[in-house]
Design a protein. Sequence first.
Length: 320
Amino acid sequence: MKRIHTLIAILFAMTLAPFVAGAITNNNCKNINKAKQIYNPQEVKKRHHEAILLVTFGSTHKEAHETFRKIRSYFAKAFPDKDIYMAFTSTICIKRWADKTGQKYETPDMCLSKIAREDYNKIYVQSLHIIPGYEYSLIVNRYVPQFKKDYPQIPILVSEPLLSDNKDIQTVGDILYNQYKHKLQRGEYLVLMGHGNDTNDYPHANSKYDQLNEYLQTLNKGIMIGTVDYTKLLFSSVLQYLEMTANKGAAINLAPLMSIAGDHAKNDMAGNYIPGKPIEEQSWAVQLKKRGYKTHCILEGLAENEQIIQVWINHLKDKM
């Protein structure tokens, strides 16, 4: 009798096995497909009559996207009667982040078209760039003019990047100085890495770095701005300045003068020593260590500071 029961149990299990296996396989396929599914993290959904489109370069780093969420939340609090969206100007960042996470951001022109189709009464575009250089020019010279041509019935206004006028230079300079004041008062130095443009097409934009650098040095001579692309303030100028003002063995703090701490901050500024690579091609931190300085890298973008976000918010309020 016991054998009969055992045989029945085995036959029953064999009968169910294909269905159980199929269910498990189907569930796994669903999970895999879900993981690979591409979706827009900011689908256009009209809740109010006016919209704000925040425009930034973009990033493929998780920490940067947490910063982007923080920026959006601050704008949402400052403008509770408007819908907040975000676009990236870098198509490379859009593609790589989508491949990496399944979240697909869009370029400003795509976002603006989607917003327009929802019949908003007015649209504001806020640049989250630092200077009014190439990336900002895409907004004012390409995306917005095309939008006005396609949707002339919808008013659209563009608000300036972080360093727009002399007031911004002083405001941002004071914020940065106060943020690092305790280190500077201990005799430490601060080197800020900006980006800049590598052409002569945006002298007004690049000059913002010069103005901010000069203002910061009126507050403390231990501050120096260097850039990745602006010829006048490349890392060689930082080294030259430190050789004139800092003793060997001095503590140098390195921080990005960018909205986020992305590739440039993590690799060009704070990257580890790469064997076989010429010293002049190593990161700023490695080159400074090679010259006898003590370095400390601060991987926090400007937008980690709430006061910096407030500068962008104030720009938009002034524009309104």
